[in-house]
Design a protein around this ligand. Structure first.
Ligand SMILES: NC(=O)c1ccc[n+]([C@@H]2O[C@H](COP(=O)([O-])OP(=O)(O)OC[C@H]3O[C@@H](n4cnc5c(N)ncnc54)[C@H](OP(=O)(O)O)[C@@H]3O)[C@@H](O)[C@H]2O)c1
Length: 296
């Protein structure tokens, strides 16, 4: 019998995919949504067993909303992971905590072909990124054996609110769209991220920090064109604009692609190239609705 996987934030994008895949593989899973384990509440942890693997998929992920609600973002993204790490430490459970490319600043030293490695300096440019960085540090302090997994620009192939899903909806409707071409990152398919998380669990990788993004880098514009192509729409319907055309409350790093070489040396298999992943994600769709939460 494999170790039980305890999923926080199980109604979210990554939590749903992880829960569905692990369950489909016949693994023991305890999937808990925000009502079932509010990680910001220091006494809300469920009974954890020695040998459980907690995967913290819970987060305050509204990057723009965080600017006006820094305390809320900090409570979920920094205090929350500290609570989860303490609960794991007390029970003797493992912890895999998910973090973000937005811990990086995308400063002038960076640009295409110079992705961020594990040991590059962090410098978040928005409230969300600062709260996630505080979460990384809180986890490392409370449970040094935990693994923090940074990922980037996560999307599904389905009908949710993520970037690829929204672009797929517009593509199928034959709509033209303007998309920024001056933000570059590592678009990452949730299914490939989940495969990496399961590898970390199964092979007991012990690295304190890993990068798990699909290989390569793309602008939002290139990602949108790839989505249009994947659903058979005309990619020329996607037009490039500068981010000045779409002012947002939160600043974003202009460049935040993640490098995977150091993570590969730590044992993590490289994730597939981002463009292949877009096509696969759109073909696979949204496999996951309807898994009963809070059940073993
Ligand atoms: N999405 C991306 O592009 C991206 C990029 C890099 C890193 N990440 C990281 O990947 C992880 C998973 O994100 P995701 O894309 O799956 O986000 P998501 O779809 O927004 O899911 C986050 C989940 O966390 C839950 N949550 C919020 N507050 C909580 C609390 N106090 N206690 C327990 N659960 C709570 C939310 O539940 P409610 O809806 O009930 O509030 C939601 O179901 C996060 O750590 C995120 O920072 C995401």
């Amino acid at each position: 019998m494999s170790d039980r996987i305890v999923v926080t934030g199980a109604a979210g994008q990554v939590g749903r995919f992880l829960t569905a895949r692990a369950t489909a593989e016949g693994r023991p899973v305890l999937a808990l949504n925000s009502a079932q384990w509010n990680i910001a509440d220091p006494v809300a942890a469920p009974v954890l067993n020695s040998g459980d693997v907690v995967v913290n998929c819970a987060a305050y992920t509204n990057v723009d909303g965080a600017e006006a609600a820094p305390d809320d973002a900090h409570a979920v993204n920094a205090t929350g992971p500290a609570n989860v790490a303490r609960a794991c430490a007390q029970a003797g459970a493992r912890l895999i905590h998910i973090s973000t490319d937005y811990v990086f600043g995308g400063d002038a030293q960076r640009g295409p072909g110079r992705p961020y490695e594990l040991d590059d300096p962090v410098d978040p440019v928005n409230v969300y990124g600062r709260s996630k960085l505080d979460g990384e540090r809180a986890v490392a302090a409370a449970l040094p054996t935990a693994t923090v997994v940074r990922t980037s620009w996560v999307y599904t192939g389905g009908d949710g609110n993520d970037f690829a899903a929204v672009m797929a909806g517009k593509a199928r409707a034959g709509q033209a769209v303007d998309v920024v071409d001056d933000q570059i990152g590592s678009p990452t398919y949730t299914g490939d991220l989940v495969a990496a998380l399961l590898q970390i669990i199964d092979e007991r990788l012990e690295a304190p920090l890993l990068h798990a993004g699909n290989a390569g880098e793309a602008s939002r514009f290139e990602q949108a064109r790839a989505v249009y192509a994947a659903v058979g729409a005309d990619p020329e319907l996607v037009r490039p604009v500068g981010s000045g055309a779409h002012p947002r409350p939160a600043a974003r790093p202009a460049y935040s692609a993640l490098a995977g070489q150091q993570s590969e040396r730590a044992g993590l298999r490289p994730l597939p190239p981002w463009r292949d992943a877009v096509a696969r994600a759109l073909a696979e769709g949204r496999p996951l609705a309807g898994y009963p939460l809070g059940r073993d």
